[in-house]
Design a protein around this ligand. Structure first.
Ligand SMILES: O=C([O-])CC(=O)C(=O)O
Ligand SMILES: [Mg+2]
Length: 243
């Protein structure tokens, strides 16, 4: 639950209307970042598990999270999430382990596109796979099935949720590409942007070194020496426990 925010409804069935958003200028720094570099910039944290994949390879997802918790077998409150989302927001959905029924389909994609929602990440399934692939709307999910769910509730929008083995809160930043989905906690945004600048610079420098014929990085020879694996050593020299 978010402190100090007005809640409509009650525990497990309701929503929080307004969320704390990082400022757009900060978020824009991450627009084109690779998910791989973003997890590196967070000391290898924040990545959802690899079961959550792009429905359509090559589509990126990026935006501020609106979070949704659905009960098993229902998607009513996902429509409330669409209603609350601002242009560019990404819907992130926890289904309470519903891996048998689809909580999203093509008509919802069309609604989302009309509202300029930035995409969908769901720890569960969707349907209308082929039709969804034809739309310019990124979906990251565990898979597809033909069977849909009820529309009765309960469910909650804009609480803290688990998704793909990590925690997502409304206002966190979601970045996804062919490698998977990464969450940047909103309070870490400035630090992540700073770290990313260094990571990107390192990648440029290393790419130039490779282009200039330096196949292995400088640190490699040094590390091998530190590990005692010096050129010319035979097996006996490196035997474990040898004095
Ligand atoms: O009816 C549903 O729950 C989802 C669906 O197929 C659609 O939106 O097209
Ligand atoms: Mg449908």
């Amino acid at each position: 639950m978010m402190e100090g925010k007005k809640m409509v409804g009650h525990t497990g069935f309701g929503y929080i209307e307004t969320i704390d958003r990082p400022c757009a200028e900060l978020i824009n720094n991450l627009t084109m970042m690779d998910s791989a570099n973003v997890t590196d910039a967070q000391n290898r944290t924040g990545a959802m598990d690899r079961g959550i994949k792009p429905l359509d390879q090559g589509k990126r997802i990026f935006g501020t999270a609106i979070t949704v918790e659905l009960p098993l077998g229902d998607n009513l409150m996902l429509y409330k999430a669409l209603d609350l989302a601002q242009p560019g927001d990404v819907l992130v959905v926890y289904t309470n382990g519903n891996f048998n029924k689809a909580i999203w389909g093509e008509l919802m994609t069309k609604s989302a596109m009309l509202l300029k929602v930035g995409g969908l990440v769901v720890d569960g399934l969707i349907r209308d796979r082929q039709a969804n692939r034809n739309h310019d709307f990124p979906i990251f999910c565990r898979g597809t099935t033909s069977v849909s769910v009820e529309k009765n509730g309960p469910g909650f929008v804009n609480g803290e949720i688990p998704c793909g083995g990590t925690v997502v809160r409304p206002g966190d930043i979601i970045i996804g590409d062919d490698d998977g989905v990464v969450v940047v906690k909103k309070e870490n945004l400035s630090m992540v942007i700073e770290n990313l600048k260094q990571i990107e610079q390192r990648e440029i420098t290393r790419s130039q070194e490779i282009a200039n014929g330096q196949a292995l990085p400088k640190w490699f020879a040094q590390l091998m020496a530190e590990k005692g694996l010096l050129p010319g050593m035979n097996r006996e020299d490196t035997r474990i426990g040898k004095k």
